[in-house]
Design a protein around this ligand. Structure first.
Ligand SMILES: *[C@@H]1O[C@H](CO)[C@@H](O)[C@H](O)[C@H]1NC(C)=O
Ligand SMILES: *[C@@H]1O[C@H](CO)[C@@H](O)[C@H](O)[C@H]1NC(C)=O
Ligand SMILES: *[C@@H]1O[C@H](CO)[C@@H](O)[C@H](O)[C@H]1NC(C)=O
Ligand SMILES: *[C@@H]1O[C@H](CO)[C@@H](O)[C@H](O)[C@H]1NC(C)=O
Ligand SMILES: *[C@@H]1O[C@H](CO)[C@@H](O)[C@H](O)[C@H]1NC(C)=O
Ligand SMILES: *[C@@H]1O[C@H](CO)[C@@H](O)[C@H](O)[C@H]1NC(C)=O
Ligand SMILES: *[C@@H]1O[C@H](CO)[C@@H](O)[C@H](O)[C@H]1NC(C)=O
Ligand SMILES: *[C@@H]1O[C@H](CO)[C@@H](O)[C@H](O)[C@H]1NC(C)=O
Ligand SMILES: *[C@@H]1O[C@H](CO)[C@@H](O)[C@H](O)[C@H]1NC(C)=O
Length: 375
C-alpha cells in the first residue's frame, strides 16, 4: 500500500528531477539483503554527493543517512537515521527489526525523557539529483527531501509505535565536505575515514544548519528551533570491525561551525578529520592537524570498551587552522542523550573556546564516543 505521504514524496522529488535532468540516479535498496558481495565506493565523483555508496547491500555491509536537530537551549534533541543494514553489518546491540531498511528515532525532552521509536520499510528508495538525495522508507510515511545543491533538507516523520508525526527542516549554514576536503574539490577525493581494507565512508552534506522541528507526539505538540546536521556513513564490512573507537561531533561556536571525526582504526592508526566554517564559507576542511581528547587527561586515549564504562566529563578539541591560528575548544557534557556504557555515549554540551588571542566564544555541541572490542 502506498500512503498519501509516499505520493507526496514522489511528486516533490519529480519536481526536483524535472528542473535538473542531469546527474540523477534512482536506487531501490530492498529490505532483504543480497547474499553476494556488495560494491562500495570510497572515491568521490563529480556529483551525486549524498547518493548511496553501497550497491547490492548484503548482511555485512551498511549505508545510513543521519539527521539531527538540537534546540538552542539544549532542552530538546532529535536524531533520525534511515538505515540500510542488518544488525550484523552495524554493531552489537543494534536491534534486529527483521528488515535491512528501517528508521530509528531518538527524541529527548526538557524533563530528560528519552523516546525511542522505529519504523520498518519494505525498501529504501533514493533519488539523487545533482548532489542532494531524497529517500523514502517504502510503505511508511517517513521520508526526506534534499535540494540538489544540499542547501536544505526536510525530513517528514510518522512513527506509529510512539505516536509521533512531524517534520524537521534544515537550512544549511555551512557547505558540504568530504572527510579531507571541500565537497567542491575535483573528483577523486577519498571518502573513507580510514584506509583500505578497513574503510568507513563518510560524507557530510550539512555540517551545520538552522533547524526547525515541529512534531505531534501522542497528541502533544513539540516544537523547537536551533541547530542541525546531516551526514551519511557506509562500510563494506561490519562497522564494529572497522574501528576500535571514534569521537565524532559538531558544534556551533560563536560565528563558527565545527565538525570533528577522530577515529582509531582496528590496527590502532588514528585519523582525524576537522572542519571549520564561518559565514557559510569553509575556512578549513582537512585530515590531520587536529586532536580530540578527554579534558585534562580525565580518561585514557584511545578509549576502550572497559574505559568507556564511565563517561568522560568533556572533550578538548584543538585544530591548527591555516591563516587563523590554533582553535582550542572545550565541550562540557550537559546531558547524556544515549548511553550504552562500554560502547556508545552521545551528549549535548556547552562549547567554549577561541584562537588564544583574547576573543572567546560560547556555543553548543552534539557529540559522541564509540568503542568496539576488536581484540
Ligand atoms: C558482502 O559484501 C562484502 C563487500 O564486498 C564482502 O566482503 C562480503 O564477503 C559479502 N558477503 C557475502 C555473503 O557475499
Ligand atoms: C530550557 O532550558 C533553559 C536553560 O537551561 C531553562 O531555563 C528552561 O526552563 C528550559 N525550558 C523548558 C521548557 O524546560
Ligand atoms: C511496511 O512493511 C513492513 C515489511 O513488510 C512491515 O513490517 C511494516 O509493518 C509495514 N508498515 C506499514 C506502515 O504498513
Ligand atoms: C499515548 O497516549 C495514550 C493516552 O494518554 C497512552 O495510553 C499511551 O500510553 C501513550 N503512548 C505512548 C507511546 O506514550
Ligand atoms: C509537517 O509539515 C507539513 C508541511 O509543511 C505540515 O502540513 C504539517 O502540519 C507538519 N506536521 C506537523 C506535525 O507539524
Ligand atoms: C540562520 O539563522 C540566523 C540567525 O537567526 C540567520 O541570521 C541566518 O540567516 C540563518 N541562515 C539560514 C541559511 O537560514
Ligand atoms: C587542551 O589542549 C590544549 C592543547 O593541546 C592544552 O594546551 C590544554 O591544556 C588542554 N586543556 C584541557 C582542559 O585539557
Ligand atoms: C597543517 O597546518 C599547517 C600550518 O597551518 C598547514 O601548512 C598544513 O597544510 C596543514 N596540514 C593539513 C593536512 O591540513
Ligand atoms: C582572534 O582570532 C579570530 C580568528 O582569526 C578572530 O576572529 C578574532 O577577531 C581575533 N581576536 C582578536 C582580539 O584579535
Amino acid at each position: 500500500m502506498r500512503t498519501f505521504s509516499y505520493t507526496l514524496w514522489v511528486c516533490t522529488v519529480l519536481d526536483i528531477v524535472v528542473g535538473h535532468t542531469l546527474d540523477a540516479s534512482i536506487d531501490i535498496i530492498p529490505s532483504t539483503p543480497s547474499t553476494t558481495p556488495s560494491v562500495a565506493e570510497y572515491i568521490s565523483q563529480s556529483s551525486l554527493f549524498d547518493g548511496p555508496y553501497v550497491a547490492g547491500l548484503n548482511d555485512t555491509t551498511s549505508d545510513w543517512w543521519y539527521f539531527d536537530a538540537i534546540s538552542s537551549d539544549l532542552n530538546y534533541t532529535l536524531v533520525v537515521t534511515f538505515f540500510a543494514a542488518t544488525p550484523d553489518g552495524l554493531w552489537p546491540t543494534t536491534p534486529d527489526l527483521g528488515s535491512a531498511t528501517y528508521l530509528l528515532l531518538f527524541l529527548t525532552l526538557p524533563d530528560g525523557t528519552l523516546l525511542e521509536g522505529a519504523a520498518i520499510g519494505e525498501e529504501l528508495a533514493i533519488v539523487t539529483v545533482e548532489d542532494g538525495s531524497s529517500g523514502v522508507l517504502g510503505n511508511t510515511s517517513n521520508f526526506w527531501v534534499g535540494s540538489p545543491d544540499m542547501t536544505s533538507y526536510e525530513v517528514s516523520l510518522n512513527v506509529p509505535d510512539i505516536g509521533l508525526t512531524g517534520n524537521i527542516s534544515l537550512q544549511s549554514t555551512a557547505p558540504a565536505h568530504f572527510p579531507c576536503t571541500h565537497a567542491t574539490a575535483a573528483p577523486g577525493q577519498r571518502l573513507n575515514l580510514v584506509s583500505e581494507p578497513t574503510n568507513l565512508g563518510w560524507v557530510n552534506a550539512i555540517p551545520d544548519a538552522n533547524a526547525t522541528v515541529s512534531l505531534d507526539v501522542n497528541g502533544t505538540t513539540v516544537q523547537f528551533s536551533g541547530f542541525g546536521y546531516h551526514d551519511q556513513n557506509w562500510a563494506s564490512q561490519p562497522v564494529h570491525s572497522t574501528a576500535n573507537a571514534w569521537y565524532w561531533g559538531h558544534a556551533r561556536l560563536g560565528p563558527f561551525s565545527v565538525v570533528w571525526f577522530d577515529i582509531v582504526s582496528s590496527d590502532g592508526t588514528e585519523l582525524v578529520s576537522s572542519y571549520l566554517a564561518r559565514d557559510n564559507q569553509i575556512i578549513s576542511s582537512t585530515c590531520g592537524n587536529a586532536t580530540v581528547r578527554p579534558v585534562d587527561g580525565s580518561a585514557p586515549f584511545p578509549p576502550t570498551p572497559s574505559s568507556s564504562v564511565s563517561e568522560p566529563p568533556g572533550f578538548n578539541i584543538t585544530a591548527d587552522i591555516e591563516g587563523e591560528g590554533t582553535l582550542i575548544m572545550q565541550i562540557a557534557s550537559n546531558q547524556v542523550v544515549l548511553a550504552v556504557p562500554g560502547m556508545v555515549w552521545r551528549w549535548t554540551g556547552e562549547a567554549s573556546g577561541g584562537f588564544g588571542n583574547g576573543t572567546t566564544w560560547q556555543g553548543v555541541a552534539f557529540y559522541e564516543q564509540f568503542t568496539f572490542d576488536n581484540s
